[in-house]
Design a binder for this molecule. Structure first.
Ligand SMILES: Nc1ncnc2c1ncn2[C@@H]1O[C@H](COP(=O)(O)OP(=O)(O)OP(=O)(O)O)[C@@H](O)[C@H]1O
Ligand SMILES: [Mg+2]
Length: 175
């Protein structure tokens, strides 16, 4: 099974994804965490952040998940995801696919700005920022949307909710 976390920079993909992975591992150790940024390092070919570089990254991550899924390995993928066609491919291809959209207002994302990219964009130093000069298509068919209210919960509680709602963990309390 693949759990896929989508959201703009600062939405919490890495923070919540890591929690999901850790909790899932307690039940099934054959579970890996695939963070979009770490995979860019793994590929090692300096993919850019323009639409073409992002499209290649999306292709590779989805195909890697397919290989893992076919071998019974679960994955939590934390990926910005600006290509609804890859989200559709994921759903058609994986044995089981659960998609979470972390939907926070830009105001909150800019306050968090974990990598400083919004500040750099606003001061004219960084182009190609999704949600600013690159459009972010709203995921058309997520299984779960976690908005600003949900984000008042801790990452650990949000991870329990994701694992509970996706059916991975049963008998979990909601948040
Ligand atoms: N409830 C919460 N869930 C997740 N993150 C939270 C929450 N509350 C505050 N945060 C903070 O928000 C920030 C989210 O950053 P994170 O790196 O996880 O985002 P990201 O979606 O992976 O961004 P990027 O696309 O830049 O990698 C972290 O600093 C985290 O501590
Ligand atoms: Mg991240």
């Amino acid at each position: 099974m693949i759990i896929w976390l989508i959201g703009l920079s600062g939405a919490g993909k890495t923070t919540i994804g890591r929690e999901v992975w850790q909790q899932w591992c307690e039940q099934d150790p054959a579970t890996v965490f695939l963070d979009g940024d770490i995979l860019r390092d793994v590929w090692g070919d300096r993919l850019g952040h323009d639409v073409e570089g992002r499209a290649r990254n999306a292709h590779r991550i989805s195909h890697l998940c397919r290989v893992l899924d076919e071998q019974g390995i679960n994955a939590v993928a934390a990926v910005l995801s600006i290509f609804p066609e890859w989200q559709a491919w994921n759903r058609e291809t994986f044995s089981s696919y659960y998609e979470v959209f972390l939907d926070l207002p830009m105001e909150v994302l800019k306050q968090r700005d974990p990598k400083g990219i919004y500040a750099a964009h606003d001061s004219g130093e960084m182009p190609l920022v999704v949600g600013c000069d690159l459009p972010f298509p709203t995921p058309p068919a997520p299984d779960l949307v976690l908005g600003e209210d949900a984000m008042k919960s801790s990452p650990g509680d949000l991870a329990r909710r994701i694992l509970g709602d996706s059916g991975v963990l049963h008998d979990q309390e909601g948040v």
